[in-house]
Write a protein that binds this ligand. Structure first.
Ligand code: GLP
Length: 245
């Protein structure tokens, strides 16, 4: 696992955006796994800038989002579909028909989950999965105790996650407590993973991370501040840049 520690949130996010751009240059019809939340926002802004300056196109890209709240219609302002349109898809040249988010608006959740998995497979699997991490270590909505071989399914959120995400909801808005999320097993099948951790409140969660064969974890200094091997990671990245690039 490559751990990249950069001084600021902006630099960490620019690194992630460059990483995604590199992949799309190599494979213009790449399949991206995308995340919501605050950790990925600056990365999305950087990608939009790259598109606007003509550096890259998303024309042939397919995307699969990690998760969606059960109970929110896609046009609900707190749905992840709405988030993705607002924060990324409406600002780039992606074909909206090729942007997938788990469908939570018909009651047959089991078949929604199965068809999501099949769609990922039909598209050849995920080339690069972008991840944030919850303060309790959750990825997507895979709360602690999720099986490492779990697939896309309905998951009940922990009080900790509900509380953390309540900042996005108005006082009078109903906040869902269940969601559909890709499983850890689904995520682990991605060819590459890039996880973004920003801020001191993430430092405990990132210190507990596990491995994937091609995972890059990009952190700002604050999120890295609990890492026992901080100095080693800084040194290793220097060596990586010197010998591997
Ligand atoms: C949310 C999302 C996750 C996200 C995580 C971190 O609940 N379901 O996909 O990675 O929590 O969110 P944030 O980046 O806002 O801290």
């Amino acid at each position: 696992m490559r751990v990249v520690i950069l001084p600021t949130e902006q630099e960490a996010s620019d690194f992630a955006a460059d990483f995604i751009e590199k992949l799309i240059i190599e494979k213009e019809n790449a399949v991206l796994g995308l995340a919501t939340g605050s950790s990925v926002l600056l990365t999305y802004e950087a990608l939009i800038k790259k598109y606007q300056s003509g550096e890259m196109s998303f024309k042939n890209i397919t995307t699969f989002n990690l998760d969606e709240y059960i109970g929110l219609q896609p046009d609900h302002t707190q749905s992840y579909r709405h988030y993705m349109n607002r924060k990324l898809f409406n600002h780039i040249d992606i074909d909206h028909k090729k942007t997938y988010i788990p469908e939570c608006f018909n009651k047959d959740y089991e078949s929604s989950c199965e068809s999501y998995e099949s769609k990922v497979r039909e598209n050849g699997g995920i080339d690069l999965q972008l991840l944030g991490i919850g303060t309790n270590g959750h990825i997507g909505f895979n709360e602690p105790t999720s099986s490492l071989s779990s697939r896309t399914r309905v998951k009940t959120l922990t009080q900790n996650t509900i509380k953390n995400n309540s900042r996005f909801f108005e006082n009078n808005e109903v906040q869902p407590s269940i969601a559909i999320t890709m499983g850890i097993g689904t995520i682990m099948e991605a060819q590459n993973i890039i996880l973004i951790g920003l801020g001191k409140h993430k430092s405990k969660a990132v210190a507990d991370l596990q491995n994937h064969r091609n995972a890059v974890v990009v952190l700002d200094n604050l999120a890295a501040s609990n890492l026992k091997l901080y100095d080693y990671y800084i040194h290793t990245e220097k060596m990586y840049l010197e010998y591997m690039c």
